[in-house]
Design a protein around this ligand. Structure first.
Ligand SMILES: *Cc1c(COP(=O)(O)O)cnc(C)c1O
Length: 400
């Protein structure tokens, strides 16, 4: 029997411990509330955690992606390839430069940009002139590829980087979902040229709003540090204390110590968060395995899934109900869901400004009709977990 929950269960909620609250309170009492020692500490500890040489904290992943593209000197004569299944943050930053976003289709299982979908996109929409990869539509030069580790399942980084090397593309990973995630014994954070993490409220760890860029490129890192705070050059040695130089028209993308204090504690607790999410995900996989018409996510056999999201697909020709009905029925009994993501080419802005052919993205289209994300976050109680399991089994199961 379906029972309605007393309280609404959202698809994600942050877990904030008393330790985290105390750490933030200490910063508030200290009088130093903007970028200072806590940001430095968070950067060092985060770099250590993901094994990256350099980590730079910013006020969102969107800012981080923007700064990474800025650091490679992207211009309006350039293009960038990314996945059609992502949040608009990944593609909007390309548009900031009036560069061309080129979208790939995704694989039918994990809905990722893969070496295969990347190569197909290159073959269909680009020309290699022996020196550079050129967009057929606009004659712009493809400078970078931005893989997205959707849901926390890691992209095939070895395969993607091999193609990137062949076509001289810079690799900027959108790792908003991929903390903590491992691909082939190497943490996400030191694979590509730049990796960008999000600490938005619903992500693996949170600072309220926040992001982190990791890279091994020293001079680009200096540029990013400069551009995240007004283009101010901080290396004016032997000058009076009041002296600083503005050397670029930079941005206001710095993280505050209030955010970093939360981040430092969240980072310490991240393994426990991950273990709990993994436990819930494995429980879902076990309980749902015999349901008809439901496609379950797979664990990352090659690495470590961050289990940021638990995305399922409903095949309306086999399942007892379609995706939209299931979403409504779950909402009716106070269980929230979400959808990751509406394909980029479906949004009015991208339709108006670019000529994406819907037919170039068969797997993305297919996924969009079938997918939903079930609640998955560390703070879920076993009652929450069982409510989701019972509801989904009741709605999609045999019998009645
Ligand atoms: C959340 C998210 C972002 C943006 O992160 P912010 O920190 O909110 O800017 C980027 N890409 C993906 C895939 C996301 O889910």
């Amino acid at each position: 029997m379906l029972t309605t929950r007393k309280t609404f269960l959202p698809f994600a909620l942050p877990s904030i411990s008393e330790d985290a609250i105390e750490e933030v309170a200490q910063v508030l009492r200290s009088g130093w509330v903007t970028s200072g020692p806590k940001v430095k500490q968070f950067e060092m500890e985060f770099a250590d955690f993901v094994n990256a040489p350099i980590a730079i904290a910013v006020n969102s992943a969107t800012a981080g992606l923007h700064l990474a593209l800025e650091a490679i000197g992207l211009t309006d004569a350039d293009a960038v390839i990314t996945s059609s299944i992502t949040f608009t943050a990944t593609t909007e930053v390309i548009c900031y430069f009036h560069a061309e976003p080129i979208l790939t289709d995704v694989d039918p299982i994990n809905n990722l940009l893969t070496p295969k979908t990347l190569q197909e996109t290159i073959d269909r929409f680009c020309i290699w002139n022996g020196k550079a990869l050129i967009s057929k539509a606009t004659a712009k030069q493809v400078r970078a590829v931005m893989p997205v580790h959707l849901a926390g399942f890691t992209c095939d980084m070895e395969g993607i980087m091999e193609i990137a090397r062949k076509y001289k593309l810079i690799v900027i990973e959108d790792a908003a979902h991929a903390f903590p995630a491992v691909h082939k014994n190497q943490m996400i954070g030191n694979w590509g040229d730049y990796t960008v993490f999000s600490f938005y409220a619903t992500k693996g760890i949170t600072t309220g709003e926040g992001g982190m860029i990791t890279t091994k490129h020293q001079s680009a890192a200096e540029r990013i540090r400069k551009m995240r705070l007004h283009g101010i050059n901080r290396d004016a040695f032997n000058r009076p204390g009041w002296y600083y130089e503005v050397v670029e028209a930079g941005f206001k993308y710095n993280m505050t110590d209030i955010q970093a204090a939360l981040g430092v504690v969240q980072l310490k607790e991240s393994h426990l968060f991950w273990e709990r999410r993994t436990q819930i995900a494995k429980h879902y996989l076990e309980e749902f395995k015999d349901l008809k018409g439901i496609k379950l996510p797979c664990d990352d056999a090659d690495g470590q899934h961050s289990w940021h999201l638990f995305r399922i697909e409903i095949d309306p020709t086999v399942a007892k109900m379609g995706r939209d009905t299931l979403v409504e029925e779950l909402k009716e009994i106070n269980i929230g869901t979400s959808l990751h993501f509406i394909p980029i080419f479906e949004h009015p802005y991208y339709k108006k400004n670019f000529q994406f052919e819907k037919s170039a993205f068969p797997n993305a289209n297919e996924m969009y009709n079938k997918t939903l994300s079930l609640p998955l976050f560390a703070g879920m109680s076993s009652q929450d977990e069982n409510d989701v399991i019972n509801a989904v089994k009741e709605l999609l199961g045999e019998g009645d």
